[in-house]
Design a binder for this molecule. Structure first.
Ligand code: MCF
Ligand code: FE
Length: 422
């Protein structure tokens, strides 16, 4: 059993989409073993109560919070720096189709660096989208808590048998590796890139083994036009890359969403999801993940940021979740300015408003993704898994969340399942 304290503890003990009950504990402490958090209270009180423990340490001028969760990342694309083009989703996807072979080849060192980047930025859990399982062994060897999503992709029904066999064998391997730190899952790439038969097979497999599902959904205008009007960029895409004339999408927006009824799923991007689609997702008990920088680079939109993740280096300059949060903060401030101007409202941007954005961003990397991914962490609460991150950050004023988002660069100590990870 250990007792660790800090000048500031952020328990993130709220699941709601509202940050108004965001709690800050000053001079707090947390008692835990390798399985669970046992007690949270004033550090001195806990020090009196727990005298015979293996470690008792207080971190002055530090912030302690749940280890962060990166809920959507493609490690296999970690070698990318300048192979893909940005600004227009279609141009990006063409550049991925044309250059991904070279980016995926010899990426081992880059994958290892991306894993280190997670740990150094205080990330303890990841939901990894894996196209070819090239990142599997590195993730198994790492100290990260991993949800490993085998990506399913295939627009042509004619290839069903081969794709089914491939998914079956990939999953057979990882199901046998399931443990406290590793869970297999399935990523259905997107409604434009899978046929109904394959997607339906994958969903049933997820149901059978009780696995999380992930999907890119309504990311771009191109995708929206394709699913709603069978027109635009994707018509040409299927001719160009698959030699198909007059292809039709395998799904409408509604039929894709219906596939996930009764499943635990996360939908990434959703930039072109209107209120009724969003409501549909939340009604299923599922969640929307935003990747702010990826969304901006490929679609000039940021998304709703209830939960944030980095996406891969395929559409980002790094996979550092703290940098992601800072970008989201600055973009939210810019949006406030635009909204304010449009509405001709007179209220000014103030420190409380910035603080509430930052509180929301902290919850977007902790309790909310934990709930979305069914992980027993992301909150400092009795019974939760002891996954903690400690950062050296002085908070001279009361805007603790702002101070965290602006200044958190490298974690001082990262604990996963009660064990040190750096
Ligand atoms: O999330 C971003 C943008 N949307 C779609 N796909 C990807 C992203 N980053 C990497 N990808 C991968 C995806 O997993 O790119 C390929 C897939 O393997 C695109 S489809 C050939
Ligand atoms: Fe992605």
């Amino acid at each position: 059993m250990k007792l660790i304290g800090a000048s500031i503890i952020l328990p993130c003990d709220i699941e709601s989409r509202d940050s108004k009950d965001f709690q800050v504990i000053k001079n707090g402490g947390i008692v835990f073993d390798n399985d669970r958090i046992i007690e949270i209270d004033d550090f001195q009180k806990l020090e009196q109560k727990y005298k015979k423990i293996t470690e008792s340490r207080f971190y002055k001028n530090h912030i302690l919070l749940p280890a962060l969760i990166n809920s959507h990342i493609h490690f296999e694309f970690s070698k990318n720096d300048s192979s893909f083009v940005y600004g227009d989703f279609g141009s990006w996807l063409n550049s991925v189709m044309d250059n991904r072979g070279a980016v995926l080849r010899g990426a081992n060192a880059a994958i290892k660096r991306a894993i280190k980047e997670q740990l150094n930025s205080g990330v303890g859990s990841v939901c990894a989208i894996s196209s070819y399982d090239l990142d599997l062994q590195f993730l198994l060897d790492s100290k990260l808590k991993v949800i490993f999503c085998h990506e399913v992709i295939g627009a042509l029904e004619a290839n069903f048998n081969a794709q089914k066999a491939s998914l079956d064998s990939r999953l057979k391997q990882t199901l046998s590796l399931k443990n406290k730190n590793f869970q297999p899952a399935i990523a259905i790439h997107s409604p434009y890139s899978v046929n109904f038969k394959l997607a339906n097979y994958a969903v049933n497999l997820a149901k059978k083994h009780n696995l999380l599902l992930s999907a890119h959904f309504l990311e771009s205008k191109c995708e929206f036009e394709w699913l709603t009007r069978q027109s635009g960029y994707f018509r040409e895409f299927f001719t160009r890359y698959f030699g198909l004339q007059n292809t039709k999408p395998g799904f409408s927006i509604e039929s894709f969403l219906t596939l996930f009824n009764g499943c635990k799923a996360i939908f990434t991007h959703c930039l072109y999801a209107d209120n009724s689609v969003r409501k549909g997702i939340y009604k299923q008990g599922n969640a929307i993940i935003s990747c702010p920088r990826s969304n901006l680079l490929l679609n000039a939109k940021m998304g709703e940021n209830t939960i944030i993740a980095t996406d891969g280096k395929s559409s980002n300059n790094d996979v550092n979740l703290l940098n992601e949060a800072r970008s989201a903060l600055f973009c939210s401030i810019q949006n406030f300015d635009i909204l304010d101007f449009k509405n001709s409202k007179n209220h000014n941007l103030d420190s409380n408003f910035i603080e509430s954005i930052c509180q929301n961003l902290i919850l977007a990397m902790t309790s909310r993704p934990a709930k979305a991914l069914n992980l027993n962490n992301g909150m400092l609460k009795v019974g939760k898994s002891p996954d903690l991150a400690i950062f050296k950050i002085e908070s001279k004023n009361d805007f603790v969340a702002t101070n965290f988002i602006l200044n958190a660069k490298k974690v001082t100590r990262l604990i996963i399942n009660g064990q040190d990870c750096l």
